[in-house]
Ligand binder design. Structure first.
Ligand code: ZN
Length: 471
């Protein structure tokens, strides 16, 4: 407890809000309250297997109620047949009924975490050596806590925004087979989430290995995840009398061909802006390669340099990779069936049909079928990066971190933006939370995020949402 208070004091007096000594106590209390919200979220298990998003939503609703939000402006929603996959809707009303709202969106579900594999309990918020540890500390309960904290602070101040400020906490972002809360809301509570645009996770600020800030990223576009199933069948028989028509051989050759295939390079506004901005920061050979590829996406020498980085490689094209295999039914029988799952990440604007046709062409074996097992949602469409979006980000970033550039990015992964953008709610990923080069091991073991980064992100998003709401 002492250490906690110490870190808050160090942040306040060493950092951004030290200039207001008269309000030091209330600032400290505010930060402690934020930390309590964050802790409550991290310590509410929201995994699909054993967790309860509805409980997390109820707890956040209770905090907003305590802050004075009337019952009519709060709604815990629970999709039918999914009692533990609920979420929360809340609103701070704006003064201009003609102005469309700003939506603060966060998923509160987290990736599974096994206590026996972790160094510390994944469902206890642990602060150690300047880091918060715990499942969801980074993805994305820090931002969810900031959104709740924002609403509490705005109300406490008597802040009257021009646009309404809406909050949606949802479940089901992390598990592709789960019901997606954001998608559910666009169909079942469209009014409650309707907005000029929405803000959510996606990309963060980048720190170098020494903890120095490199750039603040904003997610401008993301890829769409789509599975394809390769399947080969053969008549089977006794393994003592092999025949060439073997389902496993057909499948393995097909997977091998996929492994050697590279989709063509594509440029859009997002990755063009990313590589243009990053070229100045990275410099050297890689920086020159970024400039060259933006000019000519077929520049083989430049691509060879960029493709060595897995992230840059993925930002430049659709990718497909084998993720699961299943084959055969007995050790002494010829296989009758062999299947592989190929997970593709489709570049914005490409289609599922085109990727499927490309896989069929690459595999070049009529014995291997290529099918789509399930379609989770529409293909991601990028939201336009207008000055209305970018200028407030640049303004607040300049106030907090002068000299650190703001860089649009194309995210190879996917967020809830994939459900909101096609529903007509342009969605941007911006956190203002600076993370280490290892990404804080999100989805992995011992997930962590810097304490200072979370507190700064809180200041950043508090100011940013106000600027948007007053536009
Ligand atoms: Zn996430």
């Amino acid at each position: 407890m002492e250490r906690i208070e110490g870190s808050i004091a160090a942040f306040l007096f060493g950092g951004l809000v030290a200039a207001m000594p008269a309000q030091a106590t209330s600032e400290t209390e505010g930060l402690q309250r934020f930390r309590a919200i964050y802790k409550e979220l991290v310590e509410t298990n929201t995994t699909l297997s054993a967790g309860d998003c509805t409980l997390a939503a109820q707890r956040m609703a209770a905090r907003l109620k305590l802050a004075g939000y009337p019952h009519s402006d709060l709604r815990v929603f629970v999709p039918e047949g999914h009692p533990k996959e609920g979420g929360l809707l809340a609103v701070l009303h704006g003064s201009d009924p003609q102005a469309k709202a700003i939506l603060m969106l966060a998923h509160v579900d987290v990736v599974e975490a096994k206590r026996e594999d972790w160094t510390r309990d994944p469902f206890t918020l642990i602060e150690e050596d300047g880091y918060f540890y715990g499942r969801g500390t980074s993805d994305m309960k820090a931002q969810a806590a900031i959104w709740v904290d924002n609403l509490i602070r705005y109300r406490e101040e008597g802040y009257k925004p021009r646009r309404s400020i809406k909050l949606a906490l949802t479940c089901g972002e992390e598990t592709s087979s789960a019901l997606n809360g954001a998608g559910w809301l666009t169909k079942n509570a469209r009014d409650a989430v309707d907005a000029e645009w929405a803000l959510t996770e996606g990309v963060d600020g980048d720190l170098d290995a020494h903890g120095h800030r490199i750039a603040l990223e904003i997610l401008a576009a993301e890829k769409t995840s789509q599975n394809f199933v390769l399947e080969a069948t053969s008549p089977g028989g006794h393994s003592s009398r092999p025949v060439p028509d073997n389902a496993i051989y057909h499948l393995v050759r097909a997977v091998d061909r996929v492994s050697h295939f590279e989709f063509p390079v594509e440029l859009d506004d997002a990755n063009r802006a990313y590589f243009t901005g990053m070229s100045k920061i990275v410099g050297g050979q890689a920086g020159a390669a970024m400039v060259a590829v933006v000019k000519n996406p077929q520049d083989v020498a430049a691509l060879a340099i960029l493709d060595k980085d897995h992230n840059w490689h993925a930002m430049l094209r659709t990718t497909c990779v084998a993720t699961m295999l299943a084959a055969g039914h007995a050790t002494n029988a010829l296989p009758q069936r062999a299947t592989a799952n190929i997970n593709c990440r489709i570049f914005p604007g490409d289609t599922r049909d085109a990727v499927q046709a490309q896989l069929v062409a690459v595999i070049e074996d009529p014995k291997v079928s290529v099918t789509i097992p399930e379609i989770r949602g529409p293909i991601a469409t990028p939201a336009p990066l207008t000055p209305q979006i970018l200028e407030p980000i640049e303004k607040v970033a300049h106030e907090l971190w002068p000299g650190v550039p703001v860089i649009p990015a194309l995210e190879p992964g996917a967020s809830d933006a994939q459900f909101l953008n096609p529903a007509g709610i342009p969605t941007y990923g911006i956190t203002g939370i600076f993370i280490d080069p290892d990404g804080g091991n999100i989805h992995g073991l011992n997930e962590r995020v810097r304490v200072q980064s979370v507190y700064e992100g809180r200041t950043f998003l508090y100011r940013l949402v106000k600027l948007y709401a007053d536009q």
